[in-house]
Design a protein around this ligand. Structure first.
Ligand code: ZN
Length: 645
């Protein structure tokens, strides 16, 4: 990574008019500059650059951002590339940051594993194609299964010799350390001797998105009751099962092109479909899909089609992950391969063309499919049937984004028809699940906390009385804005505003007071920079790597704050600006957060009082109530709100 100091140096030199002006002809128009948008075709200029705000915005196509974002969009640079381009332009020496010792160690471990895996993959492939045992046992087995040589090479399949430690001794000769061999899962220790873990097995390397080998699956050749059919790399710094989709490296372009991802269970399914020219296919390894895997798919397409054989255990596992897929907004379809076949064998049986036709004709909607299966399972059992109604309502309720509305209504109608139940009743049930999920979510963020450790700031002496309690979100934004806008100003003789906000009121307290968790990320980032000795301003955020942060910061900084008449009159003779009153504003936002917490504690304490039967405990609770009420009054006076309770 490029160090913050370098980024700051670059930032301080950027002249947005100069940079954008070297790509777009700009004319001054008032305080801004105007030109023809480089991102869309236009004849009259609607592309505006503001040198004051250091941002550009096109009123034609809506593109906007800062100088770095401009370079990233126009020149297709990465964030780092854009920074380096600017550094070169302004002669800023680029300084790379040091990783923490822990991160460095992990990085080194991952690097070593890559190198070792690469060595192993070469060894296994070479053995498969060049050694007697590899050819006679490994390659002949693969050919028997119908795999062509070009496809075996493409997927870099290999063979691990059956005798004790062929691979391990080769690796040790090549100076690979025992520790790494064990960590990679390629070798194991038997009777204090290091031996091969995948003896006599076909090796399937597992690649990441960019084709590097993360680990291996090793398949037994002769079936044997005692040994597992597959052994996989144990979890390590590289091989994290929940993030892996087998075949994604070879499938990504085809998925993009077809706008559909086919999901199968096993390595051989992926490979044989590829061989037949069906390349938009990945395997999940037969477990339920994880959020990471779903996100990986979503990078390429919104359409996921699952190809499983009807009675496999894998289908149940896959279905468990699918509620998540719906929440992620994926369209999930399912095509069942006929009994006693898997995608691999069925493809061989009927050929690629017929196979694709079969999928096209047989893929069904996942939710309706799930319903069909459950109904078949339930038979005439009425208890099981009502459980199904609940389950399907729960599933449909996951489609809870505004844009899912039509889909959700469609499902409710279809499902009611299939189940022969009242549509309005189904709608109510679905809504109930949506409500419950929202409630759970809210509870998660308003759990009771111990208030005793919180320091209570003294009153400002200012009589700040906004008329109504503003919305919580606005208050949270106001806190963040105070921090960014006034953080470096003095709070008192010793402390800055940032010192006061971040350290008087500690991290945990702040995080518990916020409903909007995204704002917390901003505070955490500010804290990190501040700790590192950087003096963060709005600019630091606007030039951050994460582009989502830019618009968030802009909206936070634009949050409109009404100055109450009392504030305005505070300075006699002239109207006080926010600048004059920054201490009051800082204090106000902080007090508001504390007040919110006190209110929650009062509610909680009241619940306890209602449930309490022990007189001594009751007394304690009443005393607590009184203390909290006093605190509430005091804070309310400071914040200037009226409590209706
Ligand atoms: Zn435009």
């Amino acid at each position: 990574m490029i160090s913050q100091a370098t980024i700051q140096q670059i930032q301080s030199r950027i002249d947005i008019i100069e940079i954008i002006g070297s790509f777009v002809k700009l004319k001054k128009r008032g305080v801004n500059y105007l030109g023809l948008c480089p991102f869309h075709n236009e004849k009259t200029p609607s592309f505006t650059v503001s040198p004051v705000k250091e941002i550009y915005k096109c009123f034609g196509c809506g593109k906007s951002g800062n100088t770095i974002g401009f370079l990233m969009d126009l020149e297709k640079y990465s964030y780092v590339e854009a920074l380096k381009w600017l550094a070169a332009k302004y002669d800023v020496p680029v300084e790379e940051t040091e990783l923490s010792p822990e991160k460095k160690a992990k990085q080194q471990e991952a690097d070593s594993l890559y190198i070792l895996n690469n060595f192993a993959q070469n060894f296994f492939s070479q053995f498969l194609f060049e050694e007697g045992e590899g050819l006679e046992i490994g390659l002949s087995y693969l050919k028997e299964r119908g795999f062509r040589e070009d496809i075996i090479r493409k997927f870099q399949l290999g063979y691990n010799p059956a005798s004790g430690n062929g691979f391990t001794s080769a690796a040790q000769k090549a100076q690979y350390q025992k520790e790494m061999l064990l960590l990679s899962g390629l070798s194991v220790e038997r009777n204090q001797k290091l031996v091969d873990n995948y003896r006599g097995r076909i090796i399937f390397p597992v690649h990441n998105q960019s084709g590097k080998v993360l680990g291996f699956g090793a398949r037994i050749i002769q079936s044997n009751d005692k040994a597992p059919k597959y052994i996989n790399t144990p979890e390590n710094e590289l091989y994290v099962k929940s993030r892996i989709l087998y075949g994604s490296y070879f499938a990504r372009q085809a998925i993009d092109k077809a706008d559909e991802c086919l999901l199968v269970e096993g390595y051989t399914d992926v490979i044989s479909l590829h061989q037949a020219g069906i390349e938009n296919v990945v395997a999940s390894g037969g477990t339920s899909l994880t959020p990471d895997q779903l996100r990986l798919i979503k990078k390429y397409t919104n359409n996921l089609t699952i190809l499983y054989d009807g009675d496999s255990a894998g289908i149940k596992a896959a279905m468990r992950g699918l509620d998540l897929a719906l929440e992620e907004g994926l369209n999930v379809k399912l095509a069942l391969i006929p009994d006693n076949e898997d995608p691999d064998s069925y493809m061989h049986k009927i050929g690629a063309k017929a196979f694709l036709e079969f999928i096209g004709e047989n893929k069904q909607d996942f939710i309706l499919f799930q319903l069909g299966i459950s109904l078949k399972d339930a038979g005439q059992d009425s208890q099981k049937k009502s459980a199904i109604v609940n389950q399907i309502a729960d599933t449909i309720s996951r489609l809870d984004k505004p844009e899912d509305f039509t889909r959700r209504q469609d499902y409710i109608r279809q499902v009611s028809q299939i189940l022969k139940i009242d549509e309005a009743g189904m709608l109510n049930l679905v809504n109930k699940f949506i409500r419950e999920r929202i409630q759970k979510f809210q509870q998660k963020f308003s759990e009771p906390q111990d208030f005793s450790a919180t320091p209570i700031p003294e009153t400002t002496g200012l009589d700040v009385i906004p008329e109504l309690l503003p919305k919580d979100d606005l208050q949270e934004r106001a806190f963040v804005r105070s921090l960014i806008e006034f953080g470096l100003k003095p709070w008192d003789e010793e402390k800055s505003v940032a010192d006061f906000l971040l350290f008087e009121f500690d991290e945990k307290e702040i995080s518990e007071s916020f409903d909007n968790k995204v704002l917390l990320d901003i505070i955490a980032l500010y804290r990190k920079w501040y700790d590192e000795g950087i003096q963060p301003t709005e600019k630091n955020f606007l030039y951050h790597e994460d582009k989502n942060l830019h618009s968030l910061i802009l909206s936070v900084m634009e949050t409109n704050v009404e100055i109450s008449p009392n504030w305005k009159n505070f300075y006699e003779g002239h109207i006080a600006t926010r600048e004059d009153l920054y201490r009051a504003e800082v204090k106000g936002t902080l007090n508001y957060l504390i007040l919110r917490k006190v209110k929650r504690l009062i509610e909680l304490n009241q619940q306890d009082m209602e449930n309490c039967t022990d007189p001594m405990d009751q007394l304690t609770l009443i005393q607590t109530h009184a203390t909290l009420k006093t605190l509430e009054m005091q804070l309310t006076k400071e914040v200037g709100t009226v409590v209706y309770k």
